[in-house]
Design a protein. Structure first.
Length: 368
């Protein structure tokens, strides 16, 4: 089953000999819901001309509305992917060659609120492992109960499973100190609705290797092909309190990292002002003043530093800067830093990125 990443266009082209018009039906389901029996959307077009008969449909905008990121706990604490962050869609393609519409193709896809880069070309295939390969560091604290505090659990790696016979993915973990290995296998499981198109996820660091870190290889257990490789290293904060950052990555899944170096908090206050009416102009009260502020509120922001990172961190930095959903220590924010150099080791031997985030709410609660 191919995946659609809906922040980039996904183009369905219909080009049947002698067609005069075409139609596309979208059957959309969120998470593990069963795919509906009636189309969610029906799109149709006439051909442009007899010498230009093909028609194209961008289905991504119709799928995006079925994803949201308002829940985060299951993004790390469950072996199933958060059902709000993905869905399945069956696309039926019809062509009319003069005798009415006839079904041409039927294809079912996973869809995620992710994107491909321009260099990836049209309808990019981002693979089966929903995290960018590379080296990562996670906050290590020997006193943490990993089973109880999901706020300290390292990222999970999403892996959509197609529900087909023999469909299995395996993660092989190699301890970075002892070299010991452990394997975990995920198979397609039947959801309560009866759908087998269930997306699973692997831990990036298993509890037994939390103190040492591990290498992770995501493997197709049928073909034994290695699909992706990651390295996760523990990092203990010595001086500064680490800042937790959860963001939706390019694959449309929550990913967690920490900023370890110095951080600074800022409060920016805004208000409106009007001229104050004195109680008396001949014997006015001097503590009243001649102007008064109203609608007084504030916005808080935080400036963080990554600490020293490798050159490959720029790939993750791009994903953070392009993310539409970022949480700092569990609270929603937006990235105020809109431009940064993507450093190269040949030019900058020690790489540190400074980023500023503004929290997406007013300091005084005025939700109404």
């Amino acid at each position: 089953m191919t995946s659609i990443f809906t922040r980039s266009p996904f183009i369905v082209e219909v080009d049947v000999a002698s067609q005069t018009s075409t139609k596309v039906e979208l059957y959309i389901a969120s998470g593990t819901d069963a795919i509906p029996t009636s189309p969610t959307y029906t799109l149709s077009k006439l051909i442009a001309a007899s010498n230009k008969p093909e028609t194209q449909y961008n289905v991504s905008p119709y799928l995006r509305e079925y994803s949201n990121f308002n829940s985060i706990t299951s993004a790390y604490s469950s072996d199933r992917m958060n059902t709000d962050t993905y869905g399945t869609c069956t696309i039926k393609v019809y062509a009319n060659t003069g005798a009415g519409f006839s079904l041409s193709t039927t294809t079912t896809y996973f869809f995620f609120d992710g994107y491909g880069y321009y260099e990836d070309g049209s309808n990019p295939n981002l693979g089966r492992s929903l995290m960018t390969e590379g080296t990562y560091y996670y906050h290590y604290d020997s006193t943490i109960d990993l089973a109880a505090d999901f706020n300290e659990v390292p990222s999970s790696i999403g892996v959509p499973l197609e529900g087909l016979a023999g469909e299995e993915l395996k993660a092989t973990y190699t301890n970075l100190v002892s070299g010991a290995t452990t394997s975990v296998t995920k198979t397609a499981i039947v959801a309560p609705s009866g759908s087998q198109n269930v997306a699973r996820q692997f831990k990036s660091v298993i509890d037994a290797y939390y103190a040492d870190g591990n290498k992770v290889e995501i493997i197709d257990n049928v073909t034994t092909t290695v699909l992706a490789t990651y390295y996760f290293y523990p990092k203990e904060a010595c001086k500064y309190t680490p800042i937790r950052c959860d963001f939706v990555n390019k694959f449309g899944q929550y990913q967690r990292l920490w900023f370890y170096a110095a951080s600074n908090d800022t409060l920016n206050v805004t208000s409106s002002e009007h001229k104050n009416l004195q109680s008396s102009i001949t014997s006015y009260n001097t503590i009243q003043g001649q102007s008064k502020e109203f609608n007084l509120n504030g916005k808080e922001s935080i400036k963080v530093n990554t600490d020293w990172v490798g050159e490959d961190f720029k790939s993750i930095l791009k994903e953070i800067m392009l993310s539409e959903k970022v949480l700092i220590n569990g609270y929603p924010c937006k990235l105020k830093t809109k431009s940064t150099e993507l450093f190269q080791n040949i030019n900058t031997k020690q790489i540190n990125y400074a980023l500023e985030f503004e929290f997406n709410y007013n300091t005084i609660n005025n939700v109404s």
